[in-house]
Design a binder for this molecule. Structure first.
Ligand code: ADP
Ligand code: ZN
Length: 790
């Protein structure tokens, strides 16, 4: 027998090896193996088995890693789809579907010495006092780790060994699972009686799950067959739901009961949450529901803060089928749950679901594809759905489920928008705190209530905004905020390359402010000012500068929860799914910072942030209050967030997207060229642009060898026998230089492609790139469906 092996070193090629007799029967599709490659030994994954190979002199597989195949055939298919769609090498995609520690063989299960009481034959011997005490503990526990015994009995291994010599106990190594949550004490919870909106949502979900159960058709999971034309490969009607529910509307309870249904059907579930909301409380809610009762199962947790050993054990609990439920961040979508009944993607709008290195997959979209491949129902949940998902509901591709009210009938917090232009006119320079916000903070301190202050960005702003009138310089072609290049004193659009000089005075005719240049403020300055204004307040700052170690974050949140902190100042970190009943005030220092990022999603992101942050206020008994300080207070993203009006925001935003053909009305591929020599990078970018135009755009009639433009789909030019895809709706923008960040020493040029036919474009790009020659020190990355254009 022969095995095709995809090697870990990225060669975009598979190699054949023969299976030696001693490994016969142990090598399967999905097995991790070690093989010789030149003088080296390399890890790889078996992608197929065959009787024969076209090559002679095959080398043997050296070793099989793990007792079970590590990559299940289903996950293997998913990896293939990722390689195709996200335009990356198959090895790269394969690498990401297994946790590092599972892929390597070194750290396996941990073995520890366990002490076990043996049955006593005949009369129990009379023991010396010390030994008797030790025995009493063992007798009571029957079995326990040796170290624990020694601690409990305050004794040494020698005493324990004496009991072993007497034949009373056995001391032997045993596998001991590392449980990251072993120290949490979890009380079981029961299903709650759902309110009508929840019940309706659950019913639709479980009905779809029943439907899946009846469907006997085998989904043909070959990656190629999922590539449908039209704009999205991610859709099957009635299998994907969008649960749109405000914060506190009881979405999690719906998830829990839907999971229970999957377990009843004998299936498992994957729950994706953003890394940041993978708090012990979140995990606890799932463990509490399924740690006992008739549906009892282990709940495995996968996230980046686990130790390698813990991750190994959690993963294998899933692979062995002992854990039927998995909660985790992005990569948990690859968990080998089988059979899979349900996938939940909580906070589906979160950008952290997108991996920012190759393979650049979006876990939400992978979830939908996986659901499709494995006939599982997918539920996306959010208080502020992405425009993509909501648009798919409008088009009938997903089913929309709504939970319009908070479970406890609590009011949404009152949101006040503060016009900072007035504050700027009144005082000297740009203030951090408006009078209103200062007073509100003072009031909270007096009452012993807590405050969260939120500043979107750490550094300074890259856009140019007039603090007096709120004017922002925008690109005439792309409607994106122009980037302010301080050294050259120019404004540029990093999408299309448009350049203009920096105005000396504000161009707004009624304003003409000569001090238009904007200096941003970091969280650090907010903290400093705060301590000056309120010396008695206990203030804590939370951003990635200060939160370096993995426990810092938990500790600060713990202190905040227990009331040891009055005011928490932070970045995005504190915007997500946290629940603090004593927080009655939330302040957003400069709402504009997110609004004028040069990204077509800036408005959407601001809307989401404001809504999420506002959701942090008033989850206890007292009604919450939110202050949004802004220089453009009447911007729709701010105004719709103030009114908690998602649909209103969607409707006006989708119009803007439609006009400029931004997603969800198209899909984006972002090509970035990077290098230390700007000339070379620019040259390569221009060259790539020309190639793209030549290969992808419908060619003008009459050019020799070019296919005729026709309906969407591959166009076959019979006369020349050339098959070449064309993209009638393709828009190519750029190349344009990406904003140079302060710490960077290399230049980046970007080209943005927009089309509805992304699956096809990915294929065409892969082909084009493989024949492209770039200077050695210029690299090209392809990002399909990027979530940020930075
Ligand atoms: P979301 O996930 O939408 O933010 P949660 O599921 O966390 O909302 O629900 C908010 C609170 O309401 C939780 O404490 C939860 O236990 C409670 N809750 C949810 N559903 C119900 C229900 N049907 N009856 C009573 N309490 C509920
Ligand atoms: Zn532009």
């Amino acid at each position: 027998m022969i095995a095709h092996v995809s090697l870990e070193i990225a060669l975009r090629k598979e190699f054949d090896y023969f299976i030696p007799p001693e490994l016969a029967g142990r090598v399967d599709v999905g097995s991790r193996v070690q093989v010789p490659f030149g003088p080296r030994k390399i890890f790889g994954c078996v992608t197929a088995l065959a009787e024969e190979s076209a090559h002679a002199n095959l080398k043997p597989i050296l070793k099989v890693i793990g007792a079970q195949t590590l990559v299940t055939p289903k996950v293997l298919n998913l990896a293939r789809w990722i390689a195709d769609y996200y335009c990356c090498a198959p090895e790269v995609a394969l690498k990401s579907v297994l946790p590092e520690v599972v892929r390597r063989e070194e750290s396996g299960w941990r073995e520890r010495l366990f002490v076990r009481a043996l049955p006593v034959a005949g009369e129990f011997p009379k023991l010396p006092k010390r030994q008797q005490e030790v025995w009493n503990i063992i007798e009571e526990r029957r079995e326990l780790p040796l170290t624990e015994l020694l601690e409990l009995a305050e004794t040494t291994a020698t005493t324990a060994r004496k009991l072993e010599d007497r034949g009373l106990i056995e001391i032997a190594p045993q596998i001991s699972e590392r449980d990251p949550y072993a120290r949490e004490h979890i009380l079981p919870s029961q299903s709650l009686v759902l309110n009508p909106a929840q019940a309706q949502a659950l019913q639709e979900i479980t009905q779809a799950m029943e439907g899946k159960n009846d469907e006997c058709r085998m989904i043909n999971a070959k990656a190629g067959d999922l590539r449908k034309e039209s704009d999205s490969p991610f859709v099957i009607r009635h299998s994907t739901f969008l649960l749109h529910g405000v914060t506190g509307s009881g979405k999690t309870e719906v998830y829990l009961q839907a999971i229970a249904h999957a377990l009843e059907q004998g299936k498992g579930a994957i729950v994706l949450v953003p890394e940041i909301s993978l708090t012990p409380q979140t995990v606890e809610r799932f463990k509490a529901r399924f740690s006992s009762g008739p549906l009892q199962t282990l709940v495995a947790v996968l996230h980046s803060h686990l130790s390698a050993g813990e991750r190994h054990d959690e993963w294998h609990k899933i692979r062995q089928g002992r854990a039927r439920i998995v909660i985790g961040a992005r990569s948990a979508i690859f968990a080998p749950v089988e059979p899979l009944g349900l996938v939940i993607v909580d906070e589906e709008h979160e950008h952290t679901y997108k991996q920012e290195e190759a393979p650049r997959y979006h876990a939400r979209d992978v979830a939908i594809v996986r659901g499709q491949m494995e006939n599982a129902v997918v539920v996306l949940g959010s208080a502020t759905p992405s425009l993509e998902s909501y648009h798919n509901c409008k088009k009938g591709k997903y089913t929309l489920l709504e939970l319009p009210e908070r479970v406890d009938n609590q009011k949404m917090p009152h949101v006040r928008v503060v016009d900072m232009r007035q504050a700027a006119r009144a005082g000297k320079g740009i203030p951090i705190f408006s009078q209103q916000l200062k007073e509100a903070i003072a009031q909270r301190l007096e009452r012993g209530e807590q405050t969260i202050l939120f500043l979107n960005r750490r550094g300074y702003s890259t856009s140019l905004q007039c603090p007096l009138c709120g004017f922002v310089a925008k690109c005439p072609n792309c409607s994106l905020s122009l980037t302010y290049h301080r050294p050259e004193q120019k404004l540029s659009c990093h999408l299309c390359g448009h350049i203009e000089p920096v105005p000396r005075v504000c161009p707004e005719s009624k304003c003409k402010n000569p001090a238009i240049r904007y200096a941003g403020t970091g969280t650090q300055r907010v903290e400093e000012t705060l301590t000056k204004l309120f010396p008695q307040a206990r203030v804590k700052r939370m951003d990635s500068d200060v939160m370096k170690r993995k426990d810092d974050y938990r500790k600060v949140l713990g202190d905040f929860r227990t009331g040891k902190i009055d005011i928490l100042v932070g970045t995005q970190m504190i915007a997500k799914g946290l629940h603090f009943p004593n927080v009655t005030l939330v302040g957003i220092i400069y709402a504009d910072l997110a609004l004028h990022l040069p990204d077509f999603r800036a408005g959407e992101r601001t809307f989401q942030l404001l809504t999420q942050v506002a959701g942090r206020a008033g989850r206890g008994d007292v009604e919450g209050e939110v202050f949004v300080q802004a220089f453009t207070p009447f911007h729709p993203a701010i105004q719709f967030a103030r009114r908690h009006d998602f649909v209103g925001f969607y409707e006006q935003e989708i119009e803007f997207r439609e006009q400029l053909k931004y997603p969800p009305l198209s899909r984006v591929a972002l090509l970035t060229l990077k290098g230390r020599n700007e000339e070379k990078v620019k040259f390569s970018a221009d060259h790539l642009k020309r190639e793209l135009e030549k290969e992808l755009l419908p060619s003008s009639a009459g050019r020799a060898g070019s296919p005729l433009p026709a309906a969407p789909g591959d166009v076959n030019d019979g006369a020349h026998g050339v098959t070449r895809p064309t993209f009638p709706d393709l828009i190519i923008a750029g190349p344009a230089p990406a904003p140079l960040l302060r710490a960077e020493t290399y230049y980046r040029y970007q080209i943005m492609l927009r089309t509805r036919l992304m699956s096809k474009l990915s294929q065409a790009l892969a082909k084009l790139i493989s024949s492209l020659t770039l200077p050695e020190d210029v690299t090209l990355t392809v990002d399909i469906d990027p979530v940020s254009l930075g």
